[in-house]
Design a protein around this ligand. Structure first.
Ligand code: FAD
Ligand code: UDP
Length: 364
């Protein structure tokens, strides 16, 4: 059997590509080395609770086309992400907004908050922020940086904030209103039946083989083209060097209580707490089950054999990726996509947009 496309990876990138290829009349085989579809957005049903097995996933986008696209495959609820941060015995709302500032400094108005931040920034003399620390200090001043950013970021990335790129912190909104919505995007929600059901729908009618590693079967499967969404450096057997990733270990427990922490996401921002956050999965779907499931997230440096989660997009790795990309561009048959294939800190909406762009190039 010869396929038009062999899609390596049943995550969002691979599933969107396979869906569109099928619609265009192409014959596709999707393989994944894991025993399930969905990649990192995979959710598992535990007593009616959708457990986000590889970390909390909240869908958010400002792109109406992408919102309409995903709504073909799933009904989304109206969940709005509003994490809280615990620092010692203090509790703050995120993202950085008037609730955070009011709690931090005992003030009420935007002008008061702006004045305190401006004063703290003026003392620092930062012109063009060269790294995450400078960017964060320049945005919110020293108090917020010390309590809510420094410890969390160093745990999450295993690196000093001075060694990290500024863009990472720019992901978080900063606003002078009492608004705890973690995202600025127009559209947001969680699939009512979980992400796995959504990806299942994308892959309806497409042949999928699970527990199948590309490197074990590549000589047996005949296909005109390969869409590869695994790690680009692993594809080349790390011959130019190893790209760095952060991995995450999830310690997941079912608890015999109805409501453990009162919120889906609670961040622990102090350096002396070993985990970065605790997720209570039922709150993503407003669950009323008598039990609950929580996951503590421990961040670690990726090593061969671990699951890669976050590309570490600093200069060293970006330069190395560019070299791999050059090799990739000279491939006739294999095309690289997704968070691992393009070594990019993509959110779900951006991965879907990138997959649809690739579909346009490939399928017309
Ligand atoms: P993946 O989901 O990683 O899929 C790649 C697939 O390829 C995997 O299933 C893997 O098993 C398979 N594969 C790899 N190598 C091989 C091989 N050799 N053979 C066969 N199969 C292989 N985005 C948001 O928009 N909102 C969020 O709240 C959010 N939270 C996140 C939280 C965490 C902890 C992480 C890590 C990411 C989060 N993201 C979030 C980003 C989101 O997970 C990604 O944008 C998306 O899942 C990327 O899809 P992908 O298909 O590129 O990669
Ligand atoms: N961050 C922080 N404190 C927090 C939450 C986030 O300092 O309580 C920083 C941290 O550097 C993190 C970045 O903001 O890597 C982006 O956070 P986001 O929640 O977007 O990370 P992700 O969803 O990718 O885990």
């Amino acid at each position: 059997m010869k396929y038009d496309y062999l899609v390596v990876g049943a995550g969002l990138f691979g599933a969107v590509f396979a869906h569109e290829a099928k619609k265009a009349g192409k014959n596709c085989l999707v393989i994944d080395k894991r025993e399930h579809i969905g990649g990192n957005v995979y959710t598992e049903d535990v007593e009616g609770i959708q457990v986000h097995k590889y970390g909390a996933h909240i869908f958010h986008t400002s792109d109406k086309k992408i919102w309409d696209y995903v709504n073909q495959f799933a009904e989304f609820n109206n969940y709005i992400n509003s994490p809280v941060a615990v620092y010692g015995d203090e509790l703050y709302n995120l993202p950085f907004n008037m609730n955070t500032f009011s709690k931090m400094w005992g003030i009420k108005t935007p002008d008061e908050a702006k004045e305190i931040i401006a004063k703290q920034i003026a003392e620092l003399n930062i012109d063009e922020p060269a790294n995450l620390e400078e960017q964060a200090l320049k945005l919110v001043g020293r108090d917020v940086y010390e309590k809510l950013i420094k410890g969390y970021t160093q745990k999450q990335w295993g690196r000093e904030c001075t060694e990290l790129p500024a863009f990472i912190i720019k992901r978080l909104p900063l606003r002078f209103t009492y608004d705890n919505n973690y995202f600025n995007d127009r559209y947001q929600g969680i699939p009512v039946d979980g992400y796995t059901a959504m990806v299942e729908k994308m892959l309806e009618g497409t042949e999928v083989r699970l527990s199948t590693d590309y490197f074990d079967v590549k000589d047996e499967i005949e296909a005109d083209k390969v869409i590869y969404t695994g790690m680009i450096d692993s594809y080349y057997d790390y011959k130019l060097g190893v790209l760095e990733y952060r991995s995450v270990r999830f310690e997941t427990e079912k608890l015999d209580c109805e409501n453990y922490q009162g919120n889906a996401v609670v961040n622990y921002t102090a350096a002396d707490v070993p985990y970065t956050r605790i997720i209570e999965h039922k709150h993503f779907n407003f669950g009323k089950q008598p039990v609950t499931v929580i996951s503590r997230e421990y961040s670690s440096e990726w090593k061969k054999g671990d699951e890669p989660y976050y590309p570490v997009n600093n200069d060293r790795n970006n330069d190395l990726y560019e070299q791999y990309k050059k090799l990739a561009e000279s491939e006739g048959k294999v095309i690289f996509g997704g968070r691992l294939g393009q070594y990019k800190y993509y959110d779900m909406d951006k991965v879907i947009a990138a997959a649809l762009d690739m579909c346009k190039e490939q399928l017309g």
